[in-house]
Design a protein around this ligand. Structure first.
Ligand code: NDP
Length: 418
């Protein structure tokens, strides 16, 4: 059916690439291109022999000209950005220049938070919008007109959260509700990797997200709270009782626009006490800082140094036992009556590892990355412009989740979060 250029070869990309190769009818030919080509070659060696033809290349995705040259030589139907959010805009620029569709798994965030040009725009947005996360959709939504005029589609954030959670919202709105009043997104990782401290995906991205102030959407505006200051307990199906904390999360921003009349949207993630104690300590001593310091004549960015010390998230696979449970609880109205509804997926770390050699966090992100790409490559989702997952028909995506390893479950009497 088509050709995809996949940028990045880390934890999430590895799962997406395994899944593309399982789905060779759609992904006839792929190119894996990343900063470290040896990782792409190792994955190709593991997966070669199936029906999907695999190529590899080295690319610096911060360099638009390099990307353009690569895209023009491979001529893909789609570019899948599974590198880091730092590269989103460069890759979108390259896609526009080469007239090819785009998708990613996380919205734009700058690598250098001290860049004065970015900072001025960021500070203005903090004041106007009322949330202070470093990432937001404005940078990529600004490409809407350009993609529309070029007749190209950019699909933003097709991982689990963002991604599947928005498909759940679109599905609930289409099939279960006339009106959605509240959405609580609950992200529970009941897995244990046996290390005192490690992050389940890119440490820099993960620690920045978790150490930032939390925020939620209520009655038409953002409410921001100090990091980790709203805590709840929830009894998750197949995982059990966990502490969870309210975080800011990117899909709240797009759902607030796209779910008509929604009154409140919150996002909770589970954390154990040991993780939080380590994180607070690292933050207090300055190890989460992105500002370079000079150490014995060499410039070091503390959080990048920390990343080098922590276990590689890709290495957690064989050690992680337990399950994830991620989903959305909805309240609203159907046929004039109040209604509650819970859509969620339970995923087993060890089963993921047996199948693709990765733990469930990479798996739950990599599978929807492949599915989003499939929606675009098959033309099932075809709408020129820049869109998030909830802006498309959820049914084919939801069907694909069941088929490709992330079956969903529903409950019509969920326990609500107060
Ligand atoms: P990793 O750090 O494991 O992988 C990132 C990959 O990108 C690496 O292969 C890295 O190369 C490559 N890369 C980084 N910079 C460049 C560059 N300038 N040029 C080319 N390649 C580059 O991250 P993850 O796999 O954990 O995460 C991937 C993405 O998925 C991130 O954007 C993350 O935010 C997102 N994510 C989304 C989730 C969701 O539910 N939506 C959940 C989890 C993650 P190298 O090997 O040389 O380091």
């Amino acid at each position: 059916m088509g050709k995809a250029l996949i940028i990045g070869c880390g934890g999430v990309a590895s799962v997406a690439i395994h899944k593309c190769c399982q789905n060779s009818e759609v992904f006839e030919e792929i190119m894996i291109a990343s900063r470290t080509k040896s990782k792409c070659d190792a994955l190709k060696a593991k997966l070669d022999g199936g029906k999907t033809i695999i190529h590899t290349a080295q690319v610096d995705a911060d360099n638009k000209d390099e990307l353009v040259a690569l895209i023009n030589s491979f001529k893909p139907d789609l570019v899948m950005n599974i590198a880091l959010p730092y590269q989103d805009l460069t890759i979108m620029d390259a896609c526009l220049e080469c007239s090819v569709n785009y998708m990613d798994t996380a919205n734009y965030e700058p690598e250098n938070l001290d860049d004065p040009e970015w900072k001025a725009i960021y500070e203005k947005r903090c004041k106007e919008e009322g949330f202070s996360a470093y990432f937001d959709y404005s940078w990529q939504w600004a490409y809407k007109k350009k993609f529309e005029e070029a007749g190209l589609t950019a699909l933003l954030g097709s991982g689990f959260d963002p991604g599947v959670t928005q498909a759940y919202c679109a599905y609930a709105l289409k099939h279960e509700f006339d009106e959605i009043d509240t959405i609580d997104i609950l992200d529970c990782n009941g897995g244990d990797h046996g290390y005192p401290f490690a992050t389940n995906f890119n440490p820099e991205i993960n620690l920045r997200e978790v150490s930032a102030p939390g925020s939620y959407w209520e009655n038409g505006h953002w409410v921001e709270i100090p990091a980790m200051s709203i805590k709840r307990e929830y009894n998750f199906d197949q995982v059990g009782m966990k502490d969870m904390y309210l975080l800011h999360h990117e899909e709240i921003e797009s759902l607030a626009k796209n779910i008509p009349g929604v009154k409140r949207i919150r996002f909770f993630m589970t954390f154990g006490q040991s993780y939080l104690t380590h994180m607070n300590c690292l933050e207090n001593v300055g190890m989460l800082s992105t500002t370079p310091i000079n150490y014995e004549g060499k410039e070091i960015v503390p959080i990048q140094f920390l990343k080098a010390l922590l276990p590689d998230p890709a290495s957690l696979g064989p050690r992680t036992k337990g399950k994830t449970n991620i989903g959305c609880i909805f309240t609203g109205k159907k046929d004039g009556k109040e209604k509650t509804y819970y859509l969620y997926n339970v995923c087993d770390h060890q089963e993921c590892y047996q199948e693709v050699g990765s733990q469930a966090i990479s798996y739950t992100t990599g599978v929807p990355a492949m599915i989003g790409a499939m929606m675009l490559l098959t033309g099932t989702w075809n709408k020129p412009g820049v869109y998030t997952v909830e802006e498309f028909d959820p049914d084919p995506y939801m069907e694909a989740l069941n088929k490709w390893g992330l079956p969903w479950q529903e409950s019509f009497e969920p326990v609500l979060v107060d």
